[in-house]
Design a protein around this ligand. Sequence first.
Ligand SMILES: [Zn+2]
Length: 333
Amino acid sequence: MKLCNQCILPETFPGIKFDDNGICNHCRRADSSSTDSAEQKAGYRENLDKLIESVKSTAPSYDVIIAYSGGKDSSYTLKLLRERYDLKILALTFDNHFVSPVAWQNIRTMTDVLEADHITFKLPWPSAKVIFSKTAQEDIFPVPTLLRASSICTACIGMVKSLTLKTALEMSIPMAAFGWSPGQAPIQSAIMKTNPSLTAQNQASLKKAFSSEIIKGINQYFIPESYYEIYKDRFPYNIHPLAFFDYDEGEVIRQIQALGWKEPKDTDTNSSNCLLNAFANQCHIKRHGFHPYVWEIANMVRQGVMGREEGIEKIYAEQNQDMINYAKEKLGL
Ligand SMILES: [Zn+2]
């Protein structure tokens, strides 16, 4: 398969065009719009310092809620928030029934070492089974989401984001943190006050994608209409600090390992917590002809935070068949 010579996006990626040097349109656009990224990142770090200074004393319970999967990126984000800013942290883990046992152990270890309170939100297995079987077999979300993630991941992350925001509103927590890697979300959205009307729109489109049978089981995860009025002054800042702090995967792992985090051996190359991911990837590759993580990893290669060879290894290695079988059997597919 032909790949972009710079960023590893494949010829099967929708809308891709290569120039005579084999460089894709996304790389060309990034080159022409590039600003001084070190300076830009420093500006965001300063803005986060200021934001934290302004909210820290106002929070009645926690300064920040973090969507915490126990994976390397959210563990590193937790470390950063605790060690650099000394925040009062509530970590929320969404139990999708596929969290690796090693990830659970990491969650216990890291929330102890970094002194964060922790809650788990587990959806009942019948709901999980219906949602993941459906999204394994069908794309239920709008096309743009398919370029960036598998349907299974989009469903799961949608619930995580919604629950995190809902909990922040209910507990009056002024910031909601996510461990998105520098390739997952653009720096421009890395510190942003949650916009209620945009949230309402996103929630409506997520709910529209799920069937009414599914919604019956998970309606309580979404923001009720009344919250937009009652809590209109409480909408938190969304932050994803890894977009503007130095990011090197090896270094991230070394630093959290020093605190007792262990690398799971039972997950695929693109996840350090989820046992469903390899199957989710395979379903997506079969239907669309490209890997659902290729956009994220290509961004990281383009930004220079990951080597090209390492990116190719992560994306173009075969999915682990044992893991695929494990998830398929559990879902009864
Ligand atoms: Zn490219």
